[in-house]
Design a protein around this ligand. Structure first.
Ligand code: GAP
Length: 475
């Protein structure tokens, strides 16, 4: 495998994800594949793109939908203690006052006076400057031009602002939500009461979030518009440490259950200095992304204590303990519940799965996505596109499978090229309709060949058994 430079800086290649040759894949290759095969495009590319915004193409939207469906199945459908909501992206600005986002959701920005490159910096207690990418700016020289002449650090609220109605004044100012979590806290009482929930219980939400990031980058790793999958899990105070550990394990297991390589995932407890103002503890599930920093946050699990409910109690009712309804099984404890929050980014998760699945073999490129995540579950080919009987039979098989699975149709070129094309997008199974399907000679009539993406082994399967065969493989 030839090594190539990262897509955005041209520095030494940063590689991740195994290939057959033992080398690792660069972000550039994933960006190229994603564009070439319709996973992700720069937003409005015809106008030169738009920094920090991406459009998910036909295959990308299938991958993301599969990720969201699997997440929802695991954490909502298959649990008795979690329900879902779909809150509005723009909501009453008081929500953001109460949550602390108006006062605290700031990034610090410095700009090199010579080349005008901007850095988002995290100033840790040690006083060091560290960029969002983990670059150490301790010696205070610009990584881009080497100069050492900076603007004063400026604070910058990363919430996007807008105005409701025709008049743009303070009273009409509103925000695009920077996290999905706050819809859940603001609806806590209504959800609890309408669904008659008793602690411990969780509320889940999947949806868009927006942050005016100073330095978006590394493809969809950090963008200005992205999707989150979050759960706020409400527990009786005192049981929070136990639930925190349970959720860390459950989140990690979810990635493993969908085939993410254990070697590329690790848990990292945040230090006291790093913790958000509301958090008692946070563990990041980190992935070995091909970026300077290497290991970087994929998902975070936080113990948010009773911070959010206390705040919303005070801001909505002028009563800090308005939500003091946490009761144990005997109905005794009267406290505001604590909250454990598993927070996933859909786009970052999709990127990790793409990186992890990418494998270059001597004569093919294969995306070894878990079958439940692959954009298409199965592809159907007529052996020859110029034989009407083959095409007609293959269309019947295609229509049959389409009822149950995302199914691709391909009648271009020869079968070898079609396999190559489906391997590149991760389609786990390819079905070929040939002359034996019609006439039966070497195989029984009415059978097709099913070729497995990973083993490349072909099996003969009767058409009427195909649906059950694929369903069994999927589960
Ligand atoms: N409610 C807590 C919260 O939002 P966060 O660590 O800021 O916590 C959670 O975000 C997850 O959302 C991250 O682990 C990441 O997967 C995703 N995320 C955050 N900012 C992002 C961005 N700018 N672009 C893409 N994904 C992002």
């Amino acid at each position: 495998m030839s090594r190539s430079t990262r897509y955005d800086t041209g520095r030494a290649p940063i590689l991740v994800a195994s290939t057959m040759t033992g080398a690792r894949v660069s972000m550039e290759k994933i960006v190229n594949l994603a564009k070439r095969r319709g996973f992700v495009f720069p937003s409005a590319e015809i106008y030169g793109g738009f920094g920090g915004f991406w459009d998910w193409g036909p295959l990308g939207v299938l991958l993301k939908n599969n990720i969201k469906n699997e997440w929802w199945k695991t954490f909502v459908q298959q649990r008795d203690d979690v329900v879902g909501i779909d809150g509005s992206i723009i909501t009453n600005p008081k929500v953001w006052e109460a949550s602390g986002h108006i006062d605290n959701f700031f990034d610090k920005l410095v700009e090199c006076k010579k080349c005008h490159r901007r850095y988002k910096i995290d100033v840790l207690k040690s006083g060091k400057w560290v960029t969002a990418e983990g670059e150490d700016l301790e010696d205070q020289s610009c990584k881009n031009c080497g100069a050492n002449d900076w603007t004063e650090p400026k604070s910058f609220n990363t919430m996007f602002r807008t105005y409701i109605g025709p008049v743009e004044d303070t009273a009409s100012k509103a925000f695009l939500r920077p996290e999905t979590a706050q819809n859940i806290f603001a609806n806590y009482e209504l959800v609890r009461d309408t669904m008659r929930l008793k602690l411990p219980f969780g509320i889940a939400q999947i949806g868009k979030a927006f942050r005016n990031e100073i330095t978006p980058g590394h493809f969809v790793f950090r963008s200005r518009e992205f999707e989150q999958m979050e759960i706020e899990y409400f527990v009786v105070p005192g049981t929070d440490d136990k639930w925190f550990e349970k959720w860390v394990t459950a989140c990690e297991q979810w990635f493993f259950s969908l085939g993410l390589n254990k070697k590329n995932l690790r848990l990292r407890k945040q230090s006291k200095e790093e913790l958000a103002h509301y958090a008692k503890a946070t563990t990041d599930i980190e992935y070995a992304f091909p970026i300077e920093k290497g290991w970087a946050e994929l998902t975070g699990i936080s113990n948010r204590q009773d911070f959010d409910l206390q705040q919303h109690g005070e801001f909505s009712r002028k009563d800090k303990s308005a939500f003091a309804t946490a009761v144990d099984d005997e109905g005794k404890v009267k406290k505001v519940p604590f909250v454990i929050e598993p927070s996933f980014g859909v786009d970052r998760t999709a990127l990790a799965f793409l990186l992890d699945a990418y494998e270059e073999q001597p004569d093919r490129l294969v995306l070894k996505l878990h079958p439940k995540l692959a954009p298409y579950t199965v592809a159907v080919f007529p052996l020859l596109a110029n034989k009407p009987q083959l095409v007609e039979k293959a269309r019947t098989v295609y229509k049959l499978l389409q009822r149950r699975f995302m199914t691709a149709w391909d009648d271009r070129g020869n079968v070898g090229k079609r396999y190559y094309s489906q391997d590149e997008i991760g389609t786990p199974w390819c079905v070929t309709v040939d002359f034996d399907t019609l006439e039966g000679a070497k195989r029984p009539k009415g059978t097709v060949t099913v070729r497995d993406r990973d083993s490349m082994v072909q099996e003969d399967i009767a058409i009427e058994e195909l649906t059950d065969y694929l369903r069994a493989k999927l589960t």
